[in-house]
Design a protein around this ligand. Structure first.
Ligand SMILES: Nc1nc2c(ncn2[C@@H]2O[C@H](COP(=O)(O)OP(=O)(O)O)[C@@H](O)[C@H]2O)c(=O)[nH]1
Ligand SMILES: [Mg+2]
Length: 490
C-alpha cells in the first residue's frame, strides 16, 4: 500500500467511514481557526479515525546505509528529530494539531501535503526534521525507517549545500515519491509532465510552432503540405531516414482515416508519436545483482546519469554498487566516488589506467559478495580510439557474462540530445559493436534538437528508458512517449 492510501485511511472523512473509531489524542482539541489558516481555507471539524494496525512499513526506505566505510559518511545524529507519536506530540507543539486537521481537509496529493508540512518552514533545521518525523509517525512508518529517511536527507542537504526549502523542496518530493512508491501517482506524473514540457520548450519552438504555421497555410494535406512538413522534421534534427519513415507512417494513418483536412493533423501526429515510443514487452526479472553497463562518448553525461540512476535505486531501497570502469582519467574516478558517497552506494575502483575489464570482473565479485541488488558500471568514451574502445566494451561484456550469467542485463547507451544528428550516428556505432538494450537521452533541457529522440526510436527501435532534464539528481525521469508527444504538441 502506498502513502496515499495510507493517508487516505488515516484521514478519511467521517462520512466516508464504515466504522468510526476512537480519535487519536493529536486531534482531541483542534484549533480550528489555526488549522484553517494552515489549510488556506475553513477547516471542518472532523474526528480522525484511529490509526489502523501497522500493516505496511515504508518498505522502500533504506533502513541502513551500505556497510562499507568509504561508501557513506557518518549520518548526522538525530538530535532534534524525536519520533514522537501524534498523541505525545500534540502536547508539545500546537502546530501538530493544526497540521493533522489541515491534512485531513486537504486534497489527497503529495504536493499539497508537502505544502502543508512545510508551512512556516523556510530552511533546513530542527523544525523540518520534526515535521518529517511527525509525518512518518502519522503514517506509522517504523521509527528506524523514518529516522533513516530523515538522516539520509539531512546528509544530502549538507553534501549538496542546500539550505533554503525552495532549493530542495522538489528533491524532497522526489524522495518521498520514490521511497513510498508513489511515482505513478497522478501528482508525481503531472510534475514530471510539467518538467518535460518546460525542458522541451526550445524543441517545441522548433517543431510545434512551425507546425502551427504549416497548418495555417494549408487547407488540404497534399504533396506541398507533406514537403513542408518534411522540411520541418529535417530542421528539427530528426535525421533524413527517420523523417522519411515518419512521413510514410503518417500518410498511411491519414489514408486509413480518410482525413484530408489538416485540422486533425496534430492529433494524428500525436497518435503516431505515441505508437513509435510504445515500449516492447521485455522480461524485467533479473538474477541479482542486476548489472547495468553504461556506455557512450565522453561528455554525454554517463557519470552524472549513473549517479542519478544510483540515487533512484537507493531511494527505492536497493543496495547499489558503482564501478569505475572509465579508468582513463583519475579525475573521472574521483568524480564517480564523490557521487557514490553522496547517494550511499558501494564504490569499486582500481585506479587510473587499470584494465577496465579487470575492474568489471572484480566489481562483479564485490557486488555478489556484498549482496548488492544492482551494479552500475561506468565505461570510457574516448572515441578517437574507436576500434580499441569497441573491443574493450565487447571484452567487458564477455567478462561480466562469464562471472555472472545474464550480465550485463542492460547495456545502456547515453546520448546527448544537444548533439542532434551525432546521437544517431553514435547509436549506430555502439549498437553494431555491443548490441544495445536501451537508450538514455540526456540534456533534453535547453536544446532545440530534442526531435532526435524520434529519429532514434524510428531508426533503431530501441527503447528510450530515461531522459535527462537537468543537472540535479532528480532530473532523470522515466521516459513516456505519450507524455513526450503530448508535451511537444500542446
Ligand atoms: N543540462 C543538463 N546537463 C547534464 C545532463 N546530464 C549531464 N549533464 C552535464 O553534462 C556534463 C558532462 O557529464 P558527465 O556525466 O561528466 O559526462 P561523461 O563524460 O559522459 O561521464 C556535466 O556538466 C553534467 O552536469 C542533463 O540531463 N541536463
Ligand atoms: Mg564520465
Amino acid at each position: 500500500m502506498g502513502f496515499f492510501s495510507k493517508l487516505k485511511r488515516l484521514w478519511t472523512k467521517p462520512d466516508q467511514e464504515a466504522a468510526p473509531a476512537a480519535a487519536p489524542e493529536a486531534a482531541i482539541a483542534p484549533d480550528e481557526a489555526a488549522a484553517a489558516d494552515l489549510a488556506g481555507g475553513p477547516a471542518a471539524p472532523q474526528t480522525p479515525r484511529a490509526a489502523p494496525p501497522p500493516d505496511q512499513s515504508m518498505a522502500h526506505v533504506p533502513a541502513h546505509t551500505p556497510e562499507t566505510a568509504d561508501a557513506v559518511g557518518p549520518a548526522p545524529p538525530p538530535e532534534e528529530a524525536p519520533a514522537a507519536t501524534p498523541g505525545e506530540a500534540a502536547q508539545a507543539a500546537p502546530w501538530r494539531n493544526q497540521l493533522v486537521l489541515a491534512l485531513r481537509d486537504a486534497e489527497p496529493r503529495l504536493s499539497v501535503w508537502l505544502s502543508l508540512l512545510l508551512t512556516d518552514v523556510d530552511r533546513a533545521g530542527p523544525l523540518l526534521w520534526e515535521r518529517l518525523a511527525f509525518l512518518f509517525s502519522c503514517l506509522e512508518v517504523p521509527a528506524a525507517e523514518g529516522e533513516a529517511f530523515v538522516s539520509q536527507f539531512r546528509k544530502w542537504l549538507t553534501d549538496m549545500e542546500y539550505e533554503e526549502v525552495e532549493a530542495f523542496r522538489s528533491e524532497l518530493q522526489y524522495r518521498l515519491a520514490l521511497a513510498l512508491d508513489l511515482e505513478d501517482e497522478e501528482d508525481e506524473r503531472n510534475r514530471l509532465f510539467l518538467k518535460l514540457s518546460q525542458s522541451l520548450a526550445k524543441t517545441k519552438e522548433q517543431i510545434a510552432r512551425r507546425i502551427d504555421g504549416l497548418l495555417g497555410s494549408h487547407t488540404v494535406m497534399d504533396a506541398a503540405f507533406w514537403d513542408e512538413f518534411e522540411e520541418i522534421l529535417i530542421m528539427a534534427d530528426l535525421g533524413y531516414e527517420p523523417t522519411a519513415k515518419l512521413i510514410e507512417l503518417l500518410k498511411d494513418r491519414v489514408r486509413k482515416s480518410g482525413e484530408t483536412d489538416p485540422a486533425r493533423f496534430r492529433e494524428i501526429l500525436r497518435e503516431e508519436l505515441s505508437a513509435i515510443f510504445k515500449p516492447s514487452k521485455t522480461i524485467r526479472a533479473v538474477n541479482p545483482p542486476e548489472v547495468v553497463m553504461i556506455i557512450g562518448v565522453n561528455g554525454v553525461g554517463k557519470t552524472t546519469t549513473i549517479a542519478k540512476l544510483a540515487h533512484r535505486a537507493r531511494l527505492q531501497g536497493k543496495k547499489v554498487l558503482i564501478a569505475a570502469g572509465d579508468t582513463f582519467r583519475a579525475a573521472a574516478i574521483e568524480q564517480l566516488k564523490i557521487w557514490a558517497d553522496r547517494v550511499g552506494a558501494v564504490f569499486y575502483a582500481k585506479g587510473e589506467n587499470a584494465d577496465p575489464a579487470a575492474v568489471a570482473f572484480e566489481a562483479m565479485d564485490r557486488a555478489i559478495a556484498e549482496g548488492c541488488d544492482i551494479m552500475f558500471l561506468d565505461t570510457a568514451g574516448r572515441l578517437h580510439t574507436k576500434a580499441n574502445l569497441m573491443e574493450e566494451l565487447k571484452k567487458i561484456k564477455r567478462v561480466l557474462g562469464k562471472k555472472h550469467p545474464g550480465a550485463p542485463h542492460r547495456c545502456v547507451l547515453v546520448l546527448d540530445a544537444t548533439t542532434g544528428q551525432n546521437a544517431l550516428s553514435q547509436t549506430k556505432l555502439f549498437n553494431e559493436a555491443v548490441d544495445l538494450d536501451e537508450i538514455i537521452l540526456t540534456k533534453l533541457d535547453g536544446t532545440a534538437k530534442g526531435g532526435v529522440i524520434v529519429g532514434i526510436a524510428l531508426e533503431f527501435g530501441l527503447p528510450i528508458t530515461y531522459v535527462g532534464l537537468g543537472e540535479k539528481m532528480e532530473d532523470l525521469r522515466p521516459f513516456s512517449g505519450q507524455d513526450f508527444a503530448q508535451a511537444l504538441l500542446t
